[in-house]
Design a protein. Structure first.
Length: 169
């Protein structure tokens, strides 16, 4: 895969992650930890970041998120985490996921792009999983922005492409 295509994919994937970061930062504290609403803001952030990390791993074998994140999101019973994760914890996890997804894009080659991914999703190739992951991030970011719009009548603006370089500089 050419550096040009890797850069294009990263600029768009990175923009989705940047938009998620903006939604986290824009969330007022009273909405962040509000456990009385059905759509708990913090939880959708956590869910999105968990799967950003998970899908960027390349395999589900041996997957372990960084502390203090647990594997509760993979619980078939659908259990919620034991506590509300803080914004700072989620921003740290976002940076972890950003670096991991960027590394996945850098490792994408013409040879491995069409290989089946090593997850319980045998219908997806490695390249498709990257795009699937990007769509998942953007889908939930849109939900978060809607919640912000409904609660505070404001939401972060669209990010056309990330300013963070593929090389990490």
């Amino acid at each position: 895969m050419t550096t040009t295509w890797q850069t294009i994919i990263w600029q768009q994937f990175g923009a989705a992650i940047d938009m998620l970061e903006n939604a986290i930062v824009a969330c007022p504290e009273d909405l962040w930890g509000d456990r009385s609403v059905y759509h708990e803001y913090w939880y959708w952030v956590y869910h999105t970041l968990f799967f950003l990390d998970y899908y960027s791993s390349g395999t589900d074998k041996g997957f372990a998120p960084p502390s203090p994140i647990t594997l509760s999101e993979l619980d078939p019973a659908g259990g919620m985490p034991e506590r509300v994760y803080t914004k700072d914890e989620m921003l740290s996890y976002l940076n972890y996921g950003r670096n991991k997804s960027r590394a996945a894009i850098v490792s994408l080659t013409d040879d491995n792009a069409n290989e089946r991914c090593d997850f319980n999703r045998p219908e997806l190739t490695i390249a498709e999983l990257l795009l699937y992951n990007m769509r998942h991030v953007q889908h939930h970011t849109a939900q978060l922005n809607l919640l912000l719009r409904l609660r505070i009548n404001s939401a972060p603006k669209w990010v056309g492409k990330t300013k963070i370089k593929l090389s990490g500089e």
